[in-house]
Design a protein around this ligand. Sequence first.
Ligand SMILES: [Ca+2]
Ligand SMILES: [Ca+2]
Ligand SMILES: [Ca+2]
Ligand SMILES: [Ca+2]
Length: 675
Amino acid sequence: MKFNRETGDNIRLVTGEDGVVQTGVAEIDEMMTRLGVSKIENVFAEGGTFRERRREAGLHLWYDVYAGDTQDHAETRAMGVFGDLPFINAVELIPVYRQEQSPVEKYINQSYSLAPEAQETWQAPKEEAETPYYPFNDPGLSLQWHYQNFGNKSGSIAGADINLFPAWEITAGRPEVIVAVIDGGVDYSHPDLAANMWVNTAERNGTAGVDDDGNGYKDDVYGYRWGGSLFPDSGEILPLDHGTHCAGTIAAVNNNGIGCCGVAGGTGKGDGVRIMSCQTFVPDNSKTDAYGNTIATGNTADAFAYAADNGAVIVSCSFSSTSNSYKEAIDYFIKNAGTDKNGKQTGPMKGGVVVCAAGNESSDTKRYPAAYEPCISVGGIRWDYTKASGSNYGDWITLSAPYGGGGTDNAIYSTYPTKSPNGTPKSSGYGYKSGTSQACPHVAGIAALMVSKFGVSQPDYVPNKLVTRLANSTRNIDSYLGSYAGRLGVGLVDAGRAVNYPPEMVPEKGREIYLEAFENVRINLNEYFSDPDGDALNYEVTGGNGGKLKVELEGTILVLTTISAGHSDVKIKATDLTGESVTATFAILAMDPKSEADVYPNPVTDILQVRMGKEVNGEVGVQLFNSAGVKVLDTKITVRPSKPGTIAVEKLSGGIYTLVIKYNGKEIKKNILKY
Ligand SMILES: [Ca+2]
Ligand SMILES: [Ca+2]
Ligand SMILES: [Ca+2]
Ligand SMILES: [Ca+2]
């Protein structure tokens, strides 16, 4: 619950001789006794150097209160009672998060040798498989269909993926970009993760038990652990499957010849994005949750504040609950990420982006934080574009990403811990999981690629730009979704499009090309089109060949040969390496040098165009006479070498007219047929 400032600023928790913690506010203390409150504690740490910023945001006004009342609806009752107090501004449930690993599509932990799998029962539409190619040398990359799906595995469809390889030609990450994984602990010593871990160097080179960098957390070398009731809060990260798997999807080290790849894992030159492990799930051997996980939750709210204060600009949240709680912690992250304690931008983006798993209940009931408006809510698809059976759906889903499936090779392949939480070595190091938990880090990884490209060294890159572009670059897959069409967000994420600018027209170049008739002109289209990413462009040309003009393409050179004078439209499409394109129509105006004026089209229905020689540039008098010799029009038009003059004739009745063009003391006469 959150106190108002007047009260909250003055609360000092005091533990009495009887072990009871009191606030010093009589009404609260009475109420706590009546409701059997067993514990009250600050939600957020003070935050060391960030203390003032946290107080300004009001984080210090939040307290966790544990009611001893265990009767039905005890929480609702306590929320009502506290919520009615005048000095309480907000009451939220402490959410019980679960990791969004699918209940029905459970993972099998194994290394490269795959056991034969039961075939899928459904029939996927047949599409021709592409020839697989792999840009990096990691042996497991060929198992990661979710990055680039060549449709070469039974039941899969080419393209049902995040279209990652084209993105890697533009960027595979930047070490300035830090992604916080709020989850179980990440195996920071994993050979395929270690090089991409965020490292707090002051703590690594510092003294055990001392907060060497003054951020309010001791010994937080790779992140921090919020241990809940089972473990003390500590800098010691306990490696767990779920967090390690999600971290690998975001930034397993690429092109290092081992294991798998991460979406933003770099090119093998130390250039991957960095993973910060915010451990809020800890081992709990006393119980097993609905999904078979033996985990418990620690203080997730403070993890958001930690991530914001310590350099992360993206948070990946593969967990959910029904409680829309910790909104102010999320707001704090979104506002303050990437800035120092004074609000000055120090990171690659000014502000943060929160990416969340939508959950695996196969329901449209909102799950949080995914459904909290400022967050990106990620639903899940299978390798044939269909909705993953477990994925939640509804109008609160932002977009979707690969979730995995019911077997192993259609699941998501990533890193597993090389040791158990107590340090005992484990053999595998890699394995499969399925769930919106797996879809979420794909999107966090793409967001990290976008910050790598658009944010690093470029001021004014803000979360809104990222989120808008991310949504706009998705592919609409509604035709595959059946009754879920429109209920898995705006589309399937597409990394290639997300980091790629489409080609553009060169603005100062006109779209009209002047030709002397019967000449042969070669035009380099690279002077008319450009690509902001520097991609080589592919051209396609349509139109033109209508008898007046011969159009040929030789690489980037457009070869135009005029056959007769007149106007032809030629449509040119420029496509870059990700398939993004721009199309422009060029007006090719061919002038017969022996004729003083071209008048077309003839016959005409609405607009008559008048072209003259290169030397004519300005106003020209025109008159129209009908077949009876009556003048029906007398006006001036502007004729340019590159642009014909126009005469509106749609109101004239049909018949033969004589057009008289007066220029420079000369009169040119042409007969026109009006339909
Ligand atoms: Ca510290
Ligand atoms: Ca230390
Ligand atoms: Ca690797
Ligand atoms: Ca491009």
